[in-house]
Design a protein around this ligand. Structure first.
Ligand SMILES: Nc1ncnc2c1ncn2[C@@H]1O[C@H](COP(=O)(O)OP(=O)(O)O)[C@@H](O)[C@H]1O
Ligand SMILES: O=P(O)(O)OC[C@H](O)CO
Length: 494
């Protein structure tokens, strides 16, 4: 019996899931790690702690299932994207904490580059926008602010990687410095037409090419583990960014299929097949995956605060004890009572991209209760997703009729029903909600020859699907108020 091990390195925790030959999950371990917030708007992780938490859960799963390295046919890696690590090639030590995708410290740098007219080129080559979210300005910041870093980088002594590269480096004890196309496509340095690191972009951000990893496909045997903490000789067989792995794990394998992950943020992604669809409304064009020489592109919209608004009601306001209690509380009233909550707690992502927007609650009256507030918060997750969904349908030219959902907040039936109502789509929740790890495992199993895409497609199992029931006039009224609220929350912070 041989197993596939999926490493899922997320923003708040490191997870490991073990799958058997039929791709059934058989063991799982998870460990949270420290979030560092040194200044307002800054978010860092200790890259060494990422490794120790990740290797810890891998060891735990192997122990629980009583496995030796020989029992594992391959490892698939999936990871929080854009988060930037630079380390010394000789010692393998990071020169600074990892700068996390949520970190806004380079927002002003991006504004300056935009004012200098760089955005059109960046967008044409990368499919992305000039925003602090992506890796490039984080790399420049590290080179400019860590003493001696730029000189060392120019001498070829440093390596840059997103979290996948860092994990592969650690797994192979520095033998491999690689990434895959789906992660490279999030750096602002990778040309998604030529599928190469781009000299013009490297010059724009003043980044030496010697820092960069070699770019590989998302599903192939790159090499073997060498690290004694895990065990030697296990093939590393897949790498994909977590949203792209989620799209694959949801088996959205054909053009036009879309998924939404409702986690801390909400991430919508549509497979656009071999076609690169450009957006003129703030969506991102990106690479979904490469298998063999076949590349799938995707159109994406990321909403920064999704389930996190429920966390805030729980931890910041103490309205309930568990996130799941939000469903009962919100369900205790018939409607939102005219309350609209714009959860722009860290600014607004797609499609507005307003770093200066802030959270705001509108329509409060003397009759407003915690139940209305909670209902408005849940609805806000869906309104934000709906804005992206409508744009995805319009810009891709393929109206979304079915949305496959996953992530922690997708367990909330009220949320799923409201999404179906306001977006007029069938919302489908699969039986296995760990789609990110599953996608990484699928990609690894394909590389090893354990299964084919067609076989995987047979494994798709639905937990529940939700259909629209709300009268169109009511939907229109709700959306009109939502848009009014969003406009008022914009451009607040100075
Ligand atoms: N039943 C629920 N209803 C609404 N929100 C929920 C529910 N369960 C979890 N959440 C929210 O989902 C998020 C956790 O989802 P998860 O997929 O684990 O996130 P991540 O991978 O981003 O850490 C939290 O922000 C939490 O508030
Ligand atoms: O770790 P997650 O699930 O919050 O995902 C983070 C995304 O990859 C950021 O782009």
């Amino acid at each position: 019996m041989r197993y596939i091990l999926a490493i899922d390195q997320g923003t708040s925790s490191s997870r490991c899931v073990l799958y058997d030959r039929q791709a059934n999950p058989v063991a799982m371990a998870q460990q949270a790690f420290t979030q560092h917030f040194p200044y307002p708007g800054w978010v860092e992780h200790d890259a060494e702690e990422i490794w120790t938490s990740q290797s810890g859960v891998v060891r735990q799963v192997m122990q629980d299932a009583q496995l030796q390295p020989d029992d594992i046919a391959g490892i698939g890696i999936t990871n929080q994207r854009e988060t930037t690590v630079i380390w010394e090639r000789s010692s393998g030590k990071p020169i600074y904490n990892a700068i996390v995708w949520q970190d806004r410290r380079t927002a002003e740098d991006c504004i300056r580059l935009k004012q200098a007219g760089a955005e059109a080129m960046v967008k044409a080559k990368t499919g992305l926008l000039l925003d602090a979210y992506f890796s490039a300005t984080k790399i420049s910041w590290l080179l400019d602010h860590v003493e001696g870093a730029r000189v060392k980088a120019e001498r070829g002594e440093l390596a840059f990687g997103t979290i996948d590269s860092w994990l592969v480096w650690k797994l192979t004890c520095g033998e491999l410095h690689i990434t895959d196309v789906s992660n490279a496509a999030r750096t602002l340095l990778f040309n998604i037409d030529t599928m190469q690191w781009d000299d013009d972009l490297l010059a724009l951000f003043d980044i030496p090419a010697s820092l960069l990893p070699t770019v590989k496909s998302s599903s192939e045997i790159y090499g073997q583990t060498r690290n004694p903490e895990i065990g030697a000789g296990i093939p590393i067989a897949a790498i994909a960014g977590d949203q792209q792995a989620g799209l694959f794990g949801q088996l959205c394998i054909n053009a036009g299929m879309a998924k939404c992950t409702y986690g801390t943020g909400s991430f919508l992604m549509m497979n656009t097949g071999a076609k690169r669809v450009a957006s003129s409304h703030g969506l991102l064009t990106t690479i979904a995956w490469q298998i063999g020489d076949q590349i799938h592109y995707a159109l994406e919209g990321g909403v920064f605060v999704g389930g996190a608004v429920i966390q805030w009601l729980r931890d910041g306001l103490g309205l309930f004890e568990q996130a799941a209690d939000s469903e009962r509380l919100a369900g205790s009233v018939d409607d939102n009572g005219g309350v609209y909550f714009v959860p722009a707690l860290t600014g607004l992502g797609a499609p507005h991209w307003d770093p200066h927007a802030r959270g705001a609650i509108f329509g409060i009256t003397r009759g407003t209760t915690s139940a209305h507030l909670t209902r408005a918060a849940l609805e806000s997750i869906c309104f934000q997703v709906d804005e992206v969904l409508q744009l995805l349908s319009a810009e891709s030219g393929t109206p979304i009729v079915q949305l496959r959902i996953d992530g922690g907040a997708s367990a909330n039936n009220m949320l799923a029903q409201f999404q179906a109502d306001i977006s007029a789509v069938e919302v489908v929740r699969p039986a296995n909600l760990e789609t990110t790890a599953l996608g990484a495992a699928y990609l690894a199993g394909i590389a090893i020859g354990l299964w084919t895409i067609d076989e995987l497609n047979q494994k798709w199992r639905i937990d529940r699907s939700f259909h629209e029931t709300m009268p169109p006039l009511e939907v229109e009224l709700l959306k009109r108020h939502w848009l009014k609220a969003v406009e008022r929350a914009k451009d607040w912070a100075e």
